[in-house]
Design a protein around this ligand. Structure first.
Ligand code: GLP
Length: 244
């Protein structure tokens, strides 16, 4: 494994969230006017709660950062409570006083998804992200970059894998409601971040985490590309780190 990957194994989800928040807060405090990459999914929620707590205690200030989110369903209205735009506002941004004009996320309402991807990529490239938060899908996806025959470079318009749709159905009333497409930062867009903070929790992520960090670097396991990044923090609970 690449020695630039630092692995923190925490007892449980609670301590994982605290550790991840500590690492992220440190990066924000170092660059309080920098750009940072955010992720959705259930795994970062505990860390987001910790960050909100730090802001309340005035230990952290997000008002000057620019936030770039990894991905968004397509098509979806920003006001839809299943959109990632809504998710980020409700679970973090509104509570940390992040100005609306500092929030960037691929636009799920854009009339032309391809054009939207090109425009979003331009923004991300210019932003130069200090630290990108990532979760990991059951199949090793990062953002919505699904297992494929090649690593997608830039922000792209993707069809979701069947097992991703099934995994994400838990947030929707029924399986058919899960959008089948998404806009996502590409692998190259993610790899451009100066550092990466990947969170993994629960036994369900144990095998894919091992494959990603110690297995072959292959687009069939998108997260395996992180072995090529020069500054990665992995924060996992014991269950997810079972095979490491
Ligand atoms: C979604 C998101 C990913 C996230 C993944 C895992 O598919 N697009 O960015 O990492 O879910 O989610 P969870 O943390 O809920 O397991």
């Amino acid at each position: 494994m690449n020695s630039n990957i630092k692995i923190f194994v925490e007892d449980d989800y609670n301590t994982l969230s605290k550790k991840a928040a500590e690492i992220f807060a440190c990066a924000v405090n170092r660059k309080p006017e920098g750009s940072f990459g955010f992720a959705t999914g259930s795994t970062p929620l505990g860390m987001y709660d910790e960050l909100k707590g730090m802001v309340k205690k005035s230990e952290l200030n997000f008002t000057k950062i620019n936030a770039y989110n990894l991905d968004e369903y397509y098509p979806i209205k920003g006001s839809d409570n299943q959109s990632y735009k809504y998710f980020m506002a409700a679970n973090l941004f509104d509570e940390i006083n992040l100005p609306k004009e500092n929030r960037f996320i691929p636009n799920g309402e854009a009339p032309d998804p391809i054009k939207e991807c090109v425009e979003y990529e331009e923004k991300v490239t210019k932003a130069s992200i200090e630290m990108q938060i990532l979760g990991i899908g059951n199949n090793g996806h990062i953002g919505f970059n699904e297992p494929a025959d090649y690593f997608a470079g830039a922000t792209n318009y993707v069809e979701l894998a069947e097992n991703t749709i099934e995994a994400n159905a838990r947030f929707f009333e029924k399986l058919e409601d899960v959008p089948r497409f998404a806009l996502t930062m590409g692998i190259h867009s993610i790899m451009m971040a100066k550092s990466i903070l990947l969170l993994a929790s629960g036994e369900g992520k144990a095998q894919i985490l091992k494959d990603s960090l110690f297995g072959k670097i292959t687009p069939k396991v998108p997260a395996s590309v992180l072995q090529l990044h020069c500054d990665v923090f992995i924060v996992a609970d014991k269950a997810a780190a079972k095979y490491l």
